[in-house]
Design a protein around this ligand. Structure first.
Ligand code: MSK
Length: 654
């Protein structure tokens, strides 16, 4: 029996329901095994947290000063300072958004300063993304002259840093270079053009602290400004910088899922978001002496597997098998076969270390922002990179040495692997499908009805991976092409939906396209910052059609929202006119219909509140041409997406 929250119009699953309905059999096996081993996971802690705080779930708790906390009820409609529900709810949302913005900015900072370190000759790494460097140089109007690759990359890095840090009112350079003209006009009219990540974080915190802004609409405008800073400084910034550093990925075939781990091999997992240190560690793992060391300890070899977005990036670039996502990180430790997890930044949950201690797994942290007590810590700092090579060597050696400490009585690896094609970039999608003009023809003819980017985290509030997989299967049946990133991509990869044979699950139109062009119907485009690749595709296709994006049959879908970073992901697309479908109510009171006063026939009044009406009603629609739909039940969610795409096609006369 799950947990019912009537004031959210939603139910949440308990452990039994997750075990029954989660789509990956490997997960089912591991949930049972970990329980039998007497250990707990997030599922047990989620149960212990029930019932969850109604004020927190609705966003009506204010902790932005030390007078409170204040909670909004019918009896107390204002906080002690006089703040209303609207001001509190929108302030909570913007604070989530800028936390996500700060996380992606930190990611961008590490990658961009790595480029600068290479250009300065301080880092023993090579730039692999020559193509992206020259494209960006041209797009940003740089004088290439007789500059070498490193110098040009350094010039670009300076521009990316400026977009992170600008304090004056100049426009953001990447936004100017990549945003559609129609949108730039819209944002200018709305007065929401951002300065930089740092400035908008500062302003958002300033506006929402005690005694600052009490106009919820002004805070909503700052929300939109911050979302644009998020999109163009930290998503585009991180994604482009990674491509400069590691190259633009190419599609590759590989094997994924828990069964890639091998009992008689050293199993090393890599986890997080910023794979600079890992790049070096991989180099060291391949050294003959490290391979020999593994054999000395009795292992037949070394397996490297990926978790979360570092996993998604390595899968995209090198075909390194990915295993699972944020909520699978405890399950994979429960195999008892993981010798070491090397983590960099973000989405590394404390529960993983607790479980690692139960199964004798070594954790190594490589980012000063992500320290974990009891873990070996060897941080990478692009501004002090002198020890990078030596540290990477120690990490590779420590990981291999952990094999000899493994408790062999607790090993059980689900024998489940899945074939997948990954590594789709903006370039490879457009080239493989015959160019943007041809993709447009496929859309117009209806062989592809629309494109949905289905992305994001997992949440304990939904059956693990069930929403991701159920929604996408329904979209494929309806001839809707899917792009995916991040934790959602792991669910879809493991479910076999990123495999060419998944064309069998598609409607006739999409099936024929997948077979003709040799693509899977779900294109895994990388880690969460690589949502830019789908956004660029939407921008170019709309441009090719001579339409605004808001008129095109596209949608952003976040079926299992979890991290604070997801707020900005959805809003980035919303700002461009792409409507969102979110799989669980955001911390905004849900407008629940109420019996009409004096009505005798059960007639209801539509429920309403300003913030829900803005994002899910006419407010955002009138300003941006897009809105946010919320639907926790995946079958109903798929129906909403199909209807949305159909409406857009009707509008275009397609
Ligand atoms: S790892 S941000 S849980 S997608 Fe990027 Fe997954 Fe969300 Fe972290």
């Amino acid at each position: 029996m799950g947990y019912t929250y009537s004031y959210l119009n939603a139910e949440m699953p308990d452990k039994d329901e997750v075990t029954r309905k989660t789509p990956n059999d490997a997960t089912k096996q591991l949930i049972k095994k970990i329980s039998q081993d007497g250990n707990e996971t997030y599922l047990d802690r989620f149960a212990a947290q029930q019932p969850q705080c109604a004020f927190g779930l609705k966003g009506t708790c204010c902790r932005m000063c030390q007078w409170g906390p204040c909670r909004i009820t019918e009896k107390s409609p204002r906080g002690i300072c006089g703040r209303s529900q609207d001001e509190i709810v929108i302030s909570n949302i913007i604070r989530s958004l800028i936390s996500g913005l700060a996380a992606h900015a930190r990611h961008a900072h590490e990658i961009i300063y790595t480029i600068k370190g290479i250009a300065a000759g301080k880092l023993n790494l090579k730039l692999k993304g020559e193509k992206r460097v020259y494209e960006l140089a041209e797009k940003l109007g740089l004088n290439t002259g007789d500059k070498g690759l490193e110098e040009l990359a350094d010039n670009i890095a300076d521009i990316l840093v400026e977009d992170l840090n600008r304090m004056n009112a100049d426009n953001m350079t990447l936004l100017e270079a990549y945003a559609p003209e129609e949108r730039k006009r819209t944002w200018k009219e709305l007065g929401i053009l951002p300065r930089s990540a740092s400035y908008e974080i500062m302003e958002a915190l300033h506006m929402t602290t005690l005694g600052s802004c009490t106009d919820w609409k002004a805070i909503a405008s700052q929300e939109k400004r911050s979302a644009l800073a998020y999109c163009y400084s930290t998503l585009f910034g991180s994604s482009f910088a990674s491509e400069i550093l590691f190259g633009i990925p190419e599609p590759n075939e590989t094997i994924v899922n828990y069964g890639v781990l091998k009992e008689d091999h050293v199993n090393i997992l890599v986890h997080g978001h910023s794979p600079v240190m890992i790049e070096k560690v991989l180099e060291k793992i391949n050294l003959p002496e490290i391979q020999d060391l593994a054999k000395e300890y009795g292992a037949k070899g070394i397996v490297v597997g990926g978790l979360c977005c570092t996993g998604a990036e390595l899968l995209a670039r090198y075909g390194i098998p990915s295993v699972t996502n944020i909520l699978g990180q405890e399950f994979v430790i429960g195999t008892g076969a993981v010798d070491c997890v090397v983590v960099d930044m973000q989405c590394v949950i404390p529960g993983m270390k607790i479980l690692a201690d139960c199964y004798g797994t070594q954790i190594i942290t490589t980012c000063n922002s992500n320290r974990i007590p009891g873990a070996v810590h060897l941080p990478f700092d692009p501004e002090k990179p002198e020890t990078l090579d030596a540290d990477a060597y120690i990490i590779a050696k420590t990981a291999v040495e952990a094999y000899k400490n493994r408790d062999r009585s607790k090993i059980s690896i689900p024998d489940i692997t899945t074939k997948a094609v990954s590594g789709w970039s903006y370039e490879s999608i457009t080239q493989t499908l015959g160019g943007t003009d041809n993709i447009l023809k496929l859309l117009e003819s209806g062989r592809i009805k629309g494109i949905a980017t289905v992305v994001g985290c997992n949440t304990p509030k939904a059956v693990y991976e069930y929403n991701h997989v159920t929604i996408v299967k329904k979209l494929l049946e309806a001839d809707i092409l899917v792009t995916t990133t991040g934790c959602c991509s792991h669910a879809l990869l493991n479910a076999g939906l990123c495999n060419k044979e998944a064309s069998e699950l598609c409607g006739e139109g999409l099936k024929s396209v997948a077979e003709e062009y040799g693509i899977p119907p779900v294109l895994a485009v990388g880690g969460c910052v690589d949502n830019t690749r789908s956004l660029r595709l939407f921008i170019t296709l709309a441009n090719e059609a001579g339409k605004a994006i808001k008129d095109m049959p596209f949608m952003f879908v976040g079926p299992e929202p979890g991290n604070e970073k997801t707020v900005g992901q959805g809003l980035s697309f919303l700002m461009h006119g792409v409507s969102n479908l979110v799989g669980f109510p955001a911390p905004i009171p849900v407008p629940i219909p109420k019996p009409k006063e004096g009505a005798v026939d059960g007639e209801m009044d539509r429920g309403s509140n300003n913030i829900a009406d803005y994002f899910g009603g006419n407010g955002a629609l009138e300003e941006l041409g897009a809105k946010i739909y919320t639907e926790p039940y995946p079958e109903a969610a798929a129906q909403i997406i199909k209807m949305h795409i159909k409406r857009k096609r009707n509008g275009l006369g397609w």
